[in-house]
Design a protein around this ligand. Structure first.
Ligand SMILES: Nc1ncnc2c1ncn2[C@@H]1O[C@H](COP(=O)(O)OP(=O)(O)OP(=O)(O)O)[C@@H](O)[C@H]1O
Ligand SMILES: [Mg+2]
Length: 265
């Protein structure tokens, strides 16, 4: 089974009371199984765009299609169950154990207890947390990086065909972050989950992305594969954002990328 394609057609959001659109006429496609990174500075509309996919933010114009179906016509609860979602703030339920947190969506989908317990252990191993040590802990007993891993495990628990990740590794140090990026790349590759990944970290974008969507003040500035972005930036804004033309950065990014590809295989 491969991931569900996601299509944006003229997606536009204007928050009530705001005098300008948070996102404006955004159109691009994420292919089934593709990992697309939304890249741009704070306030450019990354989170807003991501949240239109699971209808946490309604569109004022345009459409978003998941697997060919307009999300505006989907049942929002079912939609959210079918799409994994991980956020920077992690959002684990404090009163539940790690295992219970991971099991939320499988539980809602009616998986039986054995299936769930097996899946929880499998996921904990996948994100490099020893099930015996971690499954019964509470979120307050985890480090920031461990909590983010649990957040990622929860997002992919029910094998969604689409995954939305909003700066999921924002709160962890560089070393843990590199490990989580590696795990994510391997997981997405293995499960062929369509993934929209938000970051404002250029290096992270270059390490993970099949393609990068550069946003500027709510509009798409360029959509391109990482190397194309470096070699053919469409605008001065993109050129500066990715340090195109700076050979040191270029080599650094491409090295980081090759390293990740090798390690996540
Ligand atoms: N609930 C809201 N009501 C009104 N305006 C909002 C709301 N959420 C976001 N905005 C505005 O919409 C714009 C885009 O915000 P968004 O959160 O999508 O940016 P972002 O690219 O994710 O930024 P960051 O990198 O800081 O997370 C900003 O100008 C923001 O102030
Ligand atoms: Mg954001």
């Amino acid at each position: 089974m491969t991931g569900a394609p996601i299509v944006f057609e003229g997606a536009t959001v204007r928050y009530p009371g705001s005098d300008r659109s948070a996102i404006e006429d955004v159109s691009f496609e994420v292919g089934g199984g593709e990992l697309v990174v939304l890249l741009g500075p704070s306030g450019c509309g990354k989170s807003t765009l991501l949240r239109t996919v699971n209808r946490l933010v309604p569109l004022d114009a345009g459409r978003v299609l998941v697997d060919g179906h307009d999300v505006a016509e989907a049942d929002p609860v079912e939609l959210r169950r079918s799409i994994g979602y991980a956020i920077q703030a992690v959002g684990l339920f404090a009163h539940m154990t790690v295992a219970q947190n991971i099991a939320v969506v499988p539980g809602l989908l009616g998986w039986n207890g054995d299936q769930i317990a097996q899946r929880v252990d499998q996921l904990l191993i996948l994100v490099d947390l020893d099930p015996a040590r971690y499954r019964s802990r509470r979120p307050s007993q985890l480090s920031g990086g461990e909590a983010q891993r649990v957040g990622v495990a929860r997002a992919i628990a029910a094998r969604p065909r689409a995954l939305l990740m909003d700066e999921p590794f924002g709160a962890v140090d560089a070393l843990v972050r590199a490990g989580l990026q590696r795990e994510l790349a391997a997981i997405v590759r293995e499960l062929k989950t369509t993934t929209l990944f938000v970051t404002h970290d250029v290096e992270e974008a270059f390490r993970l992305a099949d393609r990068i969507v550069v946003l500027r003040a709510g509009r798409v500035e360029q959509v391109a594969a990482p190397l194309d972005l470096l070699e053919r930036p469409a605008t001065e804004y993109v050129r500066e954002l990715v340090h195109a033309g700076d050979d040191v950065y270029r080599r650094y990014f491409m090295h980081a990328r090759r390293e990740l590809e090798r390690e996540s295989r």
